[in-house]
Design a protein around this ligand. Structure first.
Ligand code: NAD
Ligand code: WQD
Length: 353
């Protein structure tokens, strides 16, 4: 295992995974259309590599293009093969991720997230590349399932975004049963990835008004937004606000290295599919999070309560035991680390990349 294709590598999660891959001397090829990211993240990655990993034996390439474009994907794989260093693993993050946008534009979500994934699998098959790590989401679990959520909990997503993720998992399962073509698949079901690289050079940079809690808090902290709307104060939790399993982005990135090690490990998998939660197993309420953020970063976040957000659930957190058992991975960073690193990124990059 040496050369890893990271689709969506310019995005929030992808760039952090690439940092770790380069640090660990993997060769990295990034494919990204930059539809939801900024080329400056790639420029910074090259800079960071040159400054910090220049002694390391790893290479970095970036291709701007769309995963739905078969010829483009073929070119990427072919150039690597012709260089004598073929792509042997794929971490597939490229996709669209907004729940609300997926309700307004379902066709776009099915096309990019499902058709796009099929195109990658097609080219991987042509180039005999069989190890595939997929970015799935805790959002695929049924709303009726109680936390902690195990991997065998019922899958029943309620929005098009979640349905595309669950569908890709079904596709991977079907492919893994093909006796003629051996695939090794791991689907990582992320809970709530937050925070930033401790350098403050890389972090989450949403376009427009953030949908998610963490970037919103950061923008209120830096006075870019006036106040945080807390969606509901009458949920059946201790303080009435929703509980989630926030996971530090660097722990999440570590989980991908663990997944690669698993796929390329000693045990011959001969056609396998496994789904693994990446979460901490710790639930934190919105009010607890705001309080910790204020304390760690010594600032005030203005908040007010509004009505519940459609589709939200009171409590969501992972059972992370499978990741520990199968991948030998556990999260190392706590909520304080997430708050500190997210704020460090915000302070150093008030308008993002
Ligand atoms: P992101 O939007 O920051 O990154 C996704 C990247 O994919 C972007 O750089 C975007 O430009 C690229 N992209 C989109 N469509 C593309 C296409 N057709 N061809 C090539 N590139 C394309 O999102 P992220 O938070 O880094 O998420 C990465 C993956 O993880 C996504 O698949 C997402 O669904 C999944 N995920 C994210 C979260 C989360 O909370 N961030 C949680 C669970 C799962
Ligand atoms: C967290 C909590 C909100 C914003 C989403 C996707 C999920 C996955 C991760 C991709 C909730 C509350 C939020 C705000 C608030 N992404 N909140 N005010 O909804 O748990 O998960 O991101 O796969 O699919 O649905 O994350 O950050 O939006 O919300 O009170 O302005 O914060 O109600 O309880 P969520 P989030």
């Amino acid at each position: 295992m040496k050369k890893i294709l990271v689709t969506g590598g310019a995005g929030y999660i992808g760039i952090h995974i690439c940092l770790l891959l380069l640090e660990q001397e993997f060769d990295v090829v990034i494919v990204d259309s930059l539809t939801n990211s900024n080329e400056n993240s790639i420029k910074r990655l090259f800079d960071y590599k040159n400054k910090n990993f220049d002694i390391k034996n790893s290479t970095l390439q970036f291709y701007k293009g769309d995963i739905r474009d078969l010829e483009f994907l073929r070119k990427v794989f072919l150039e690597s093969r012709n260089s004598g260093n073929s792509i042997d693993n794929v971490i597939h993050l490229a996709g669209l991720k907004s729940v609300s946008q997926s309700i307004d534009f379902p066709g776009k979500y099915w096309e990019v997230n499902v058709y796009g994934t099929l195109q990658i699998l097609k080219v991987m098959e042509e180039f005999e590349c069989k190890n595939f790590v997929f970015s799935s989401s805790a959002t695929i679990y049924s709303q009726m399932q109680e936390s902690p959520l195990n991997e065998n909990a019922q899958i029943s997503p309620i929005n098009p975004y979640g349905k595309t993720k669950a569908t890709v998992e079904e596709i991977l399962k079907d492919f893994s049963k093909n006796k003629k073509q051996f695939w090794n698949f791991i689907s990582l079901r992320y809970f709530n990835p937050v925070g930033a690289h401790p350098s403050g050079m890389f972090g989450e940079d949403p376009i427009g008004i953030p949908n998610n809690l963490f970037p919103y808090i950061c923008q209120v902290g830096s006075a870019r937004r006036d106040t945080l709307s807390i969606f509901g104060n009458n949920w059946p939790t201790n303080d009435g606000t929703c509980i989630r399993d926030y996971i530090h982005i660097m722990d999440l990135a570590d989980g991908h290295i663990a997944a690669l090690n698993f796929l390329n490990g000693e045990i011959d998998k001969v056609g396998s599919f496994i789904a693994v939660n990446l979460g901490t197993g710790v639930g934190t309420s919105v009010l607890e999070l705001v309080e910790i953020f204020e304390k760690v970063n010594k600032l005030k976040i203005n908040t007010h309560f509004t009505s519940r957000r459609l589709g939200d659930k009171a409590v969501v957190y992972a059972n992370p035991e499978m990741a520990h058992k199968v991948l030998n991975w556990t999260s190392k960073r706590n909520i304080e680390d997430m708050c500190r690193d997210a704020w460090n990124w915000q302070l150093k990059n008030p308008s993002g990349y």
